[in-house]
Design a protein around this ligand. Structure first.
Ligand code: FE
Ligand code: FE
Ligand code: ZN
Length: 297
């Protein structure tokens, strides 16, 4: 079975070209990037030559632009408009980000719905839809709202909340990204993934899922924590994650790893992708990743 599997990669001086190179070095055929640091909104101008080279390299390696995902910085908050200036900044920034995506030929951008911080949930959800209606244009890339873990006052940690937001957005350029760690922490047991998908289908429609974040979780079901763990080493476990990866109903949807670096230093993606492609849990992942990098020292 052909898997569309990749991971989060960097976007540095070589911009998208560097991202593609990094993805290829991990054996990925899909990837996700931030257009700058995830925790701030400082962005450099895009270099069209680097974008062209990136497109060429993707073509040579049969990576479809449909399998390249942008992630918006997580500090923007569409849910709270108590500080109107901040809310408007988030809206303007996302508009710019959509333009950058278009320039990069990227069709999907993942956005965290936002946090209510002091507002009533229903008001916060309406703010998100309102903001999205300002942001999305008929020819925009599609915004994918991510399922959240329910940390603090996060919106979008239940399918009902996501449905409420999506229903109020007038454009068709809106979809969903499901994150397995977040679903687990929000209380959705994905060990029976078919049952989950059925529920999703009834509420939102399975055709609206355009990205999967494939992560294990450091915390038990329903913990509302959001701490990602390496594949197979957390509370979700390898088999459940493999089931999500190979689910026939989502076979054309890219699966993106956002698992933590080993000891904050060594990217685990090459070996995680390998073990998932082989369908074989690697209980020695931590040691193997470290040894793999030490070979090059
Ligand atoms: Fe995210
Ligand atoms: Fe995620
Ligand atoms: Zn997360």
């Amino acid at each position: 079975m052909k898997m569309i599997l990749g991971c989060h990669v960097n976007f540095t001086n070589e911009q998208l070209l560097g991202s593609v190179k990094q993805a290829l070095s991990y054996g990925a055929n899909a990837f996700m990037f931030y257009t700058g640091a995830p925790q701030n909104t400082i962005r450099k101008p895009l270099d069209s030559h680097l974008t062209e080279e990136a497109m060429q390299l993707m073509k040579e390696n049969k990576i479809s632009t449909k399998h390249v995902i942008c992630h918006a910085p997580y500090i923007i908050n569409l849910a709270n408009n108590k500080d109107l200036e901040k809310w408007q900044f988030s809206i303007q920034f996302l508009k710019q980000e959509l333009k950058r995506c278009k320039e990069l030929n990227v069709e999907y951008i993942v956005v965290h719905p936002g946090s209510a911080v002091g507002l009533e949930k229903n008001v916060a959800l309406q703010n998100i839809s309102d903001a999205l209606n300002f942001i999305i244009e008929p020819d925009s890339p599609m915004i994918l709202l991510e399922t959240m873990a329910g940390k603090g006052s996060e919106c979008g940690c239940t399918l009902e909340e996501l449905k409420q937001i999506v229903n109020q957005v007038h454009s068709k350029n809106i979809g969903v990204c499901i994150d397995t760690c977040h679903l687990n922490d929000a209380g959705y047991n994905i060990s029976d993934f078919d049952a989950f998908l059925e529920k999703f289908d009834q509420l939102i429609g399975i055709e609206n899922i355009h990205c999967v974040h494939l992560n294990d979780s450091k915390n038990p079901l329903g913990a509302h924590k959001d701490r990602h763990e390496n594949i197979g080493l957390g509370s979700i476990g390898f088999q459940s994650l493999y089931q999500v990866l190979t689910c026939p109903k989502l076979k054309d949807v890219p699966k993106i790893l956002e698992t933590p670096y080993i000891e904050r230093a060594y990217p685990p993606y090459k070996l995680e992708i390998l073990s998932l492609q082989q369908g074989k849990f690697n209980p020695n992942l931590v040691e193997d990743v470290k040894n793999d990098y030490k070979k090059f020292l």
